[in-house]
Design a protein around this ligand. Structure first.
Ligand code: MG
Length: 263
C-alpha cells in the first residue's frame, strides 16, 4: 500500500490551461460563455455550453480532438510516471469533468497512473451532447464540511503522507487540511499562492511553490525522495546517517520562521 499520496488539481496544474475555457474558446463559443457567465453557476454554464455547441453541429469527437490539443508540459508527464514508479498513489481532484480529464489523460497514455479521479460526472446523452453534472452529492456530508470540490481521500485516517498540487482558489481548502508531515505545492503567482502567502498561519504543511512543468517535476520528485528517505530511517533508525545530505531540500526558500514556505 502506498504511503505517499500525491493529489493533483487538473486545470492549470496537470494541463497548462483551464480545460473548460479551452474547449469553449477553441470551438468558438467564447462570446456566449462570457454573456452567460454572470447568470448561472459554473457547472450549469458548462452544461449549457455543451448543449449550445451540439446545436451548432459540434460533435463529441470535435470536443475530444480539441481536448487532445490542450497544452501539457512534457516534464509533468515524466513527473507523473516517475512518482508512480516510486510507489506513490496518484489522485486527481478537479472541478472539470470526467470526460475532459479522461480524454486528455488517455491521449497522453496517463490514465492508468491515477487511482482516483474526483470530479464532476459527465455523460453523453441520446442527442450526442456531452452533459456535465455537479459533483456536490458526495460532498454534502463531507467530513471537513467543504462546500467546494475537495479531496475526500485526504480525510482518511492512517499514516499516509500527502503532497498536494494546485493553482486555484479552490486549492486553498485542501492545502489547509494537510498535516505537518505533508507537503503543499501551490503554483507560484496563481490565486492559491497568494491565499497561502496571506494565510500562512492556517497552513501546517511544508509549502514548496512551482512555476512550470520542469520545476514541478524537480520539486515533486525531490519531496518524494525526502519522504522515502525519512520513512526508511524511521523504520530503521540505525541507517540514519546525518552526513548524508543529498535528500535535503535545496531549493531557495521564501521563508516564514520555520522555513515552511519555499519559493
Ligand atoms: Mg486548477
Amino acid at each position: 500500500m502506498a504511503s505517499i499520496v500525491v493529489v493533483f488539481d487538473f486545470d492549470k496544474t496537470i494541463i497548462d490551461c483551464d480545460s473548460d475555457n479551452w474547449v469553449v474558446d477553441e470551438l468558438g463559443a467564447t462570446d456566449l460563455f462570457n454573456e452567460l457567465l454572470p447568470t448561472m453557476p459554473w457547472n450549469t454554464l458548462m452544461d449549457t455550453m455543451m448543449k449550445e455547441l451540439r446545436s451548432r453541429g459540434r460533435t463529441i469527437e470535435d470536443i475530444a480532438e480539441c481536448l487532445k490539443r490542450a497544452p501539457l508540459h512534457p516534464r509533468i508527464i515524466s513527473a507523473i510516471k516517475a512518482a508512480h514508479a516510486l510507489g506513490c498513489e496518484l489522485n486527481i481532484v478537479s472541478d472539470a469533468n470526467t470526460f475532459f480529464i479522461e480524454t486528455i489523460l488517455e491521449h497522453h497514455a496517463l490514465r492508468g497512473y491515477f487511482s482516483e479521479i474526483h470530479t464532476n460526472p459527465s455523460f453523453i446523452d441520446e442527442e450526442g451532447t456531452l452533459r456535465i453534472l455537479p459533483y456536490h452529492e458526495k460532498f454534502i456530508t463531507h467530513p471537513h464540511g467543504c462546500s467546494d470540490l475537495c479531496a475526500p481521500n485526504m480525510c482518511k485516517e492512517g499514516k499516509k503522507r500527502f503532497i498536494y498540487l494546485g493553482d486555484g482558489k479552490g486549492d486553498f481548502c485542501p492545502s489547509s487540511k494537510l498535516g505537518e508531515g505533508d507537503f503543499d505545492m501551490p503554483r507560484k503567482n496563481f490565486p492559491v499562492w497568494d491565499l497561502i502567502c496571506n494565510n500562512l498561519m492556517l497552513i501546517n504543511a511544508q509549502v514548496h511553490g512551482w512555476s512550470d512543468g520542469e520545476e514541478l517535476e524537480n520539486i515533486l520528485l525531490h519531496l518524494i525522495d525526502t519522504i522515502i528517505y525519512e520513512e526508511r530511517n524511521t523504520n530503521n533508525p540505525e541507517a540514519l546517517n546525518l552526513t548524508d545530505c543529498k535528500y535535503q531540500i535545496t531549493h531557495p526558500m521564501l521563508t516564514r520562521t520555520s522555513s515552511s514556505l519555499v519559493a
